[in-house]
Design a protein around this ligand. Structure first.
Ligand code: DGY
Length: 320
């Protein structure tokens, strides 16, 4: 009988579907990852593996996974997986594209508006009893309408973000590995060099995946080129940003603020300097976290596992 390893607690309705396919071994915690040692042990016996971003899939774990046919990653980004190594071992890797696009772009947009209009500071101000009177510049922030927004990474999420800007009368710039003429025509987005994007944008929004090309792309040099009141938003991956450089840039007012849904180390340390900065809004990687979208992502993982175990093509296979 096929063994299906699920590394995080998922709702019964999905477990039941997997039970139709094989014996399910599920880690019963929703908010804590399966310890690595246990994972390495369980994967040895598994035919299919349903994982989250917390699991690192490398040669160390694949070399013992003799029966494994599929790794279904509960995310569109798959930088946690050594895809070349999986391919070498004849293991299919799948992800969850498309179903999360709109929800993730929506979170990015929320984050941009939140930082621009200082919503978290304003809420704390009220909660802490500081609101004594209306003031001409009380907690005044930055307009998104009429501004220039630079999108780094014009994949599906980048395009979805640009669609949301259409009602805001913004100039849209983008930088991407390759040009997207559809986005240029339909969304009136202008392709620019990375430096141009940094220099001209009031908001710089990173939606890119983590690759060898994007790692540490937002470093001290990049921040030094941005406008002094620019706001940096990251909904891609934490390792695209040099966080030390970002902290310096915020401290020295080289940029105006940031909103990060993704961090180099997740979860972030409670004493991390970014958590002490008023002009930084930090979220716990919730880009795709609406109930409907998470249901769709889990269903897609289940469907991919089902396809592979039934000898069919997976729906959303990852290729390097
Ligand atoms: C993804 O899908 O890559 C997100 O970051 C996790 O929701």
């Amino acid at each position: 009988m096929d063994k299906i390893l699920v590394t995080r607690k998922i709702p019964d309705k999905f477990v039941q579907q997997l039970q139709q396919l094989g014996e399910v071994q599920m880690w019963n915690e929703e908010f804590e990852p399966m310890p690595r040692e246990q994972f390495l042990k369980e994967i040895e016996e598994s035919t299919a593996c349903f994982i989250t971003l917390s699991e690192k899939i490398d040669e160390e774990c694949l070399k013992h996974a003799e029966h494994l046919k599929i790794i279904a990653n509960l995310a569109v980004g798959y930088d946690n997986i050594d895809v070349d190594s999986a391919t070498k071992h004849d293991i299919d890797v799948t992800n969850t594209p498309n179903v999360l696009t709109e929800t993730t772009a929506e979170l990015g947009f929320t984050l941009m508006l939140t930082v621009a209009r200082r919503i978290i500071e304003a809420e704390h101000y009220v909660q802490e009893g500081n609101w004594k009177s209306w003031g001409p510049y009380l907690l005044s922030g930055k307009d998104v309408h009429g501004s220039t927004v630079g999108i780094y990474g014009m994949g599906e999420i980048g395009k979805s973000f640009a669609r949301r800007l259409q009602g805001f009368n913004t100039e849209i710039l983008y930088h991407n590995r390759s040009r997207h003429e559809d986005a240029e025509q339909q969304l009136n987005a202008q392709y620019v060099s990375f430096d141009d994007l940094l220099e001209r944008s009031d908001f710089v929004v990173c939606t890119a995946p983590l690759t060898s090309e994007t790692a540490d792309k937002f470093n001290a040099t990049a921040f030094s080129k941005m406008k002094n009141d620019a706001i940096f938003i990251n909904i891609g991956r934490g390792a695209i940003v040099d966080e030390e450089a970002l902290i310096e840039a915020l401290e020295h007012h080289q940029i105006g603020g940031c909103g990060l849904d993704v961090l180099r180390e997740e979860p972030i340390r409670f004493d991390h300097p970014l958590l002490k900065m008023n002009n930084a809004v930090i979220l716990p990687h919730i880009g795709s976290a609406s109930v409907v979208t998470r249901d769709r992502m889990i269903q897609l993982c289940v469907d991919n596992i089902k396809a592979i175990l039934q000898g069919e093509q997976p729906l959303t296979q990852v290729h390097n």
